[in-house]
Design a protein around this ligand. Structure first.
Ligand code: ZN
Ligand code: ZN
Length: 216
């Protein structure tokens, strides 16, 4: 089944409203379209949603389609913002366009490339795929910015994401190099981490640029 981009976006919005915010149904008017909109017909026609008294309800197939679509959206955000370094509104826009290209199989490859991230750059959960569950079983929890580690957590530095050579030099001088062990000592009011026998304090902006492969 190939859905229109609009239908995929409605499923995503429904997923957030129902699965993440605990709503029982979804009011299409809140999302700016009416029940006469072709997108409603598309979704009910594929038996993904049910229309009752002007409200949309997930059918099980629709819930699963929403889960997969939101997963692709948030993986696409990770790719744009972490790997391509396209941030802000432009990153959001590019992610929205790219997610529709992620058909089955490609999303698994992207997830593996990104090391099965648990959250999007906005901190929202990425519903796990089979690839993620497998990776978690083997103890590989994925690559995350240092800002998403908890105090006391330890991992290996995967890469540094900055195009500012001064920042890069500063971090390298602290021993922040791919492959080195890093331990987050404190996350507030500034980030304090340990590399080797030394401790360093950095601000959030810089901490966000250090990507760590977390381990159990
Ligand atoms: Zn996001
Ligand atoms: Zn995965």
């Amino acid at each position: 089944m190939k859905l229109s981009e609009k239908a995929e976006e409605v499923l995503e919005t429904m997923w957030i409203a129902i699965e993440e915010e605990g709503g029982a149904f979804f009011d299409p008017e809140q999302a700016g379209f009416s029940v006469d909109d072709p997108v409603c017909r598309e979704l009910t026609g594929h038996a993904l949603v049910e229309l009752r008294q002007g409200m949309l309800y997930f059918r099980p197939e629709g819930r699963e389609a929403g889960r997969i679509t939101i997963r692709r959206h948030r993986l696409a955000e990770r790719l744009m913002m972490d790997v391509f370094n396209i941030k802000g509104e432009e990153g959001d826009l590019k992610a929205c366009q790219f997610e529709h290209l992620l058909n089955e199989g490609v999303d698994t490859k992207l997830c593996t490339l990104l090391n099965h991230p648990a959250t999007c750059p906005h901190g929202k959960p990425i519903p796990p795929g089979d690839c993620c569950l497998q990776a978690r079983q083997t103890g590989d929890l994925g690559v995350v910015p240092l800002t998403e580690c908890k105090s006391g957590q330890e991992g290996e530095i995967a890469y540094i994401q900055t195009d500012d050579s001064k920042k890069m030099q500063k971090l390298m001088a602290m021993g922040v190099l791919p492959g080195n062990r890093i331990r987050l000592v404190q996350a507030f009011p500034s980030y304090i981490f340990r590399v080797g026998f030394s401790e360093f304090a950095i601000d959030t902006a810089l901490a966000r640029e250090i990507f760590v492969r977390k381990q159990m």
